[in-house]
Design a protein around this ligand. Structure first.
Ligand code: HPA
Length: 272
């Protein structure tokens, strides 16, 4: 079965449960879990009910899609992201994003926790993603291309929508979120980067480093969707401060900024 047929099969499983057509897909990163609670009249479909949907191996939330209304917009929220470091291949990692697009989403909002590579960034800052570096991980488009997703050689010169960036900039001001802008680099994980790698990434032009998002953005852009990416800087990346990195620190910072993160994304969705 090719990739498109796999996603279609997943689509069939969802369509057996709901005919809801979302306009906006939102992928929740660390710290944003609470956003799913704010979806009105939610229809929840667990990943185990969706054919071919990878099982999340990260502790905490089981994977699920939440359909409903958020700030007057029809949304689908992906809770429990699939990461490359869990052992899945990239086509599996992007299956949820492709599925949400086939379900109807025209706009995709990707959120994540990331390490600050830019030395002027502080923990708790938000970074609107202006561009990305994805060459350190395999492309999700590797393998036979199905034109029903998009063209074989898609242009990536503007992965992140400029109008959505302007909107997010405005909304960040409005909700008082400390906001920066910059380039997101996806590393493979699960180990955090070495200080030498972080220095190299900075020279390459990265402002933040994380273990998700860039490949999801490629898959959504391949399908012609408008993409907005927002990182929460949870820690200075390795070597930027003396402190060793820990998942605990990342989780704590994500939890602390959670309310502002939710407010920011809600504001963006409401004004779309
Ligand atoms: N590196 C990679 N991914 C991350 C980091 C980091 O420093 N912080 C949160 N996610």
């Amino acid at each position: 079965m090719d990739q498109y047929e796999l996603v279609e099969k997943a689509l069939c499983s969802v369509r057996k449960k709901t005919d809801f057509v979302p306009d906006v897909a939102i992928v929740l990163g660390s710290g944003l879990g609470a956003l799913a609670e704010e979806v009105e009249n939610p229809i929840v479909i667990s990943s185990s009910e969706i054919a071919g949907y990878p099982a999340s191996t990260v502790s905490g939330h089981a994977g699920r899609l939440v359909f409903g209304t958020l700030c007057g917009k029809k949304v689908v929220v992906q809770q429990g992201r699939i990461h490359y470091y869990e052992g899945y291949d990239m086509a599996e990692v992007v299956l949820p994003v492709r599925l949400m697009c086939l379900l109807g989403a025209k706009t995709v909002i990707l959120t994540n926790a990331a390490g600050g590579v830019n030395k002027s960034f502080c923990s708790g800052d938000f970074m609107l993603i202006t561009g990305q570096i994805a060459q350190f991980v395999p492309s999700p488009l590797r393998g036979a291309n199905d034109d029903r997703f998009g063209v074989r050689f898609p242009d990536m010169s503007e992965v992140y929508s400029r109008p959505l960036l302007s909107l997010a900039r405005e909304c960040a001001k409005e909700v008082g979120a400390p906001v920066r802008e910059g380039v997101y680099l996806q590393a493979s994980g699960p180990n955090y980067e070495s200080p030498e790698e972080v220095n190299a990434f900075r020279i390459l032009g990265a402002d933040a480093v994380g273990m998700s998002t860039a490949v999801e953005a490629i898959a959504a852009k391949h399908m012609g969707r408008d993409v907005l990416g927002v990182s929460l800087i949870t820690n200075p990346a390795a070597g930027v401060s003396e402190k060793p990195l820990s998942h605990e620190e990342v989780k704590q910072a994500a939890d602390k900024a959670g309310r502002t993160f939710v407010a920011l994304i809600k504001s963006v969705v409401g004004k779309m």
